[in-house]
Design a protein around this ligand. Structure first.
Ligand code: GKR
Ligand code: MG
Length: 447
């Protein structure tokens, strides 16, 4: 099935002012929609991180894609690798932010997940692979999970993803959105947010994005969640490396027996390993999870050797696609490592890709993250609108491919929003400086 066109559409969607150790979310989040067109006029689609750098990366591989058989994915990966290896030793696209000067930290500590220089080729291949699998699924009448080996579950659980946030609903100018989620800066407000999210979606586990307030206030927020939700709801906290090793051990000890896992408390594999040793010495067995210190297959051997993380939070968008995701599942199963899924702001197409991967991955041991509740129906680009999350889970589609079609009008509106919004890359630190503190910069660890 010959691919005759690669269509790339940047879109923007409203995003509320969420806080993390990276800073503040801008009024719009950016995504890229990648479509492959076959010679008989079928289309397969994928969603991937947005912004100018991604557009440049996808333009660079156009020649490697056109004329190729949609089934020819193993060689496509090698060819995509070659394109970037020829351009620069790291495969870095022009304009990719550098690590903080002199930080001495691995670059993924400072670069947002999904935007690292070293994963550029995998990120591009992942988008092409998902679109190709959607195309093959559409041509054969089979869901993507069948192409990955078949489903082991019919519904995929996700967790509520809570954020400290400023007032506002995102969007700008005439497109400013109504605030659906009130500002949250206290444990009480986080509890209210959890209630609102659980009532709306039925989530059965809860993650708090930390690294925003001093650690004692975030400990209080987790304890308030436990008090409100009772012992049956798994809780997690993720400060994206905002804590020192000592603080991480202190927080992990204070929340012993309360957390399902502690996510990226401190930067880097060595730091995580030191936290693990400290927690075990204190008799705390809470597993550490990571999508910051561990972001690729190359990170797995050092992670295992140092016992730095006991749970990997994978993301097909930058681990190299859906087949890489099922391979990672097998690897984690082999080494007794837990597996969940990381999420950045996204639309329904990414959610569906995650769902098919989860369906075909027996060793998925935790409910996955999703930012989806923070996005709005007005921005969805799928025919039929938003993908339903019911009882905290998404039903695995039975239809061909990813199980959805792009709504052309909604896609065009997303592209228009991208053109008007003016944002060309995610820069949470700039938003923080513009709206909170002109001197703000990302410091990890901060506490
Ligand atoms: O959206 O602010 C955010 C999150 O911090 C996001 O960028 C992270 O990638 O969700 C992520 C995480 O779990 O680290
Ligand atoms: Mg994380």
């Amino acid at each position: 099935m010959k691919i005759v066109d690669l269509i790339v559409t940047p879109v923007a969607m409203a995003d509320p002012p969420l806080l993390s150790s990276y800073g503040l979310h801008a009024p719009y989040a950016l995504r890229t929609v990648v479509e492959l067109v076959s010679e008989d006029g079928l289309r397969g689609a994928a969603e991937t991180p947005g912004g100018e750098a991604m557009l440049g990366l996808l333009a660079a591989v156009r020649g490697a894609v056109l004329g190729r058989d949609a089934y020819d994915l193993a060689r496509l990966r090698l060819d995509v690798d070659r394109v970037f290896a020829a351009d620069s030793p790291t495969g870095a696209p022009p304009g990719t932010p550098e690590p903080a000067p002199g930080s001495g930290l691995p670059q993924q500590t400072h670069i947002l997940p999904g935007e690292g220089q070293d994963d550029a080729a995998l990120r591009v291949f992942a988008a092409l692979e998902v679109a190709a699998l959607d195309l093959v699924g559409k041509a054969t009448g089979r869901p993507v999970c069948d192409l990955l080996g078949g489903r082991v579950r019919d519904a995929v659980p996700f967790g509520a993803y809570l954020f400290f946030k400023r007032a506002g609903g995102g969007g700008a100018g005439a497109d400013v959105r109504e605030e659906r989620w009130p500002a949250a800066a206290t444990p009480e407000a986080i509890v209210a947010q959890a209630r609102q999210m659980i009532d709306a979606y039925g989530f059965e586990s809860v993650k708090l994005k930390g690294g925003v307030l001093p650690p004692d206030e975030e400990i209080a927020a987790v304890l308030a969640l436990r008090e409100e939700l009772g012992p049956g709801v798994p809780l997690r906290i993720d400060p994206n490396g905002a804590w020192t090793v000592e603080t991480s051990i202190r927080v992990g000890t204070a929340l012993a027996g309360t957390l399902e896992y502690l996510e990226d408390p401190t930067p880097g594999v060595a730091g995580m390993a030191a936290v693990r040793r400290g927690l075990l010495a204190a008799g705390v067995e809470t597993p550490l999870a990571s999508n910051n210190a561990v972001t690729s297959f190359a990170d797995v051997p050092p992670m295992l050797a140092a016992d730095a993380a006991q749970v990997i939070l994978a993301d097909h968008h930058y681990w190299g696609g859906l087949r890489a995701g099922t391979h990672l599942g097998r690897l984690c199963e082999t080494f007794g490592v837990g597996l969940g899924m990381h999420s950045n702001s996204h639309l329904g197409l990414s959610l569906l890709a995650m769902v098919h991967l989860a369906a075909a991955t027996p060793h998925l041991t935790y409910a996955s993250d999703t930012h989806y509740p923070w996005q709005e129906a007005a921005d969805e680009i799928l025919v039929g609108g938003r993908v339903p999350i019911v009882g905290g889970a998404v039903t695995v589609p039975a239809g061909p491919g990813l199980g959805a079609e792009l709504d052309r009008d909604a896609l065009a509106r997303g592209a228009e929003r991208y053109a008007k919004a003016g944002y060309r890359r995610r820069d949470d630190a700039a938003e923080m400086r513009a709206h909170v503190d002109p001197a703000w910069k990302r410091v990890v660890p901060r506490w």
